[in-house]
Design a protein around this ligand. Sequence first.
Ligand SMILES: Nc1nc2c(ncn2[C@@H]2O[C@H](COP(=O)(O)OP(=O)(O)OP(=O)(O)O)[C@@H](O)[C@H]2O)c(=O)[nH]1
Ligand SMILES: [Mg+2]
Length: 347
Amino acid sequence: MRTAERDKMVEDIRAARPAGLARAISLIEDEAEGAGGLLEALHPHTGGAHVVGITGPPGSGKSTLTDRIVKHLRARGSTVGVIAVDPTSPFSGGALLGDRTRMADLATDKGVFIRSMGTRGSLGGLSRAVYGTIKVLEATEKDYVIVETVGVGQSEVDIARVADTVVVVFVPGLGDDVQAIKAGITEIGDLLVVNKADLPGASRIESTLESTLNLAPPRVEPAPKILTTSAERDEGVVDLIDMIVEHLALAKTTGLLACRRRMRAKAEITAILTRDIAKRTEISLSEPGADWYERLQDGRTTPGALAATIWRKLVIEEYEGVEDENSREASPGDRRGEHRRSHEDLL
Ligand SMILES: Nc1nc2c(ncn2[C@@H]2O[C@H](COP(=O)(O)OP(=O)(O)OP(=O)(O)O)[C@@H](O)[C@H]2O)c(=O)[nH]1
Ligand SMILES: [Mg+2]
């Protein structure tokens, strides 16, 4: 991607132009050429949003709750970005019809941007796309970025890595005990919401959560808070928002926020490296005529020696010309992007 093209994209994002935003997010999702450079260019404009993760079992009312939260936040004059992640969907780019329809009345509001995302490839790919999309939305100066993920195993943990505040949604009637304890969910949540409080069984799950928390080993972070909502009836939602705001304020003073942000940055750096190493390994080992397996078989090389060769190639071809932080100049250029292009020319 040329510098002028990238600058235009950054400008579109900064001005929150929906078409520009959608294009930038697609670029990031596809890990297309120029995506790395764009993220580098956006980096100085990030960090200003309160990132809220909302996770919980399928059908627990996360989207309904998010919709309500967005409306209340808009009424308060705040701007909001929403990333709805559906790990079961192979589609992306807003293909989740249910979420779209539900939030249709928000679609014309310029202070809101909603994006649905499927996983496509690996879970690692998903979190990379989510980090990138959060950055894009932060660069539009959204006050809040809400990341909604279905709680199926790893995604709950992943969300904890990206969010400043994690809301875990529970519902009556889904096998209360299993639900509460599963995946140590009470360990990752800052706020535990029992939604569908209009249905029978809500108070039972509330007390199950309380006793689970009482039995849980003490943690460094403040103990999660429990509250009930009925997203459908818009009950308890304002209290939830107040608690989300309160959580951030407390996290700022206690250093928890810095800790979460540090974790997010660390995961992002790891994701960049993991992707590049995997890519370089794939390229090296599938080169036409590559005889590494034969050499391995007859003892001329070892897996460790092959790994070292791949590592050197990575450093020379992928990162050559990318300044490390010691020699980096003040202006963040598109060296990564430029480099990627020359790297691709080599292939
Ligand atoms: N009775 C009741 N139903 C609710 C409430 N909140 C949501 N629902 C209903 O529960 C169903 C699922 O709601 P969603 O908001 O789509 O749930 P979700 O967690 O986003 O679902 P997935 O994204 O598919 O995991 C819908 O039919 C909602 O109308 C609530 O507070 N009470
Ligand atoms: Mg949903």
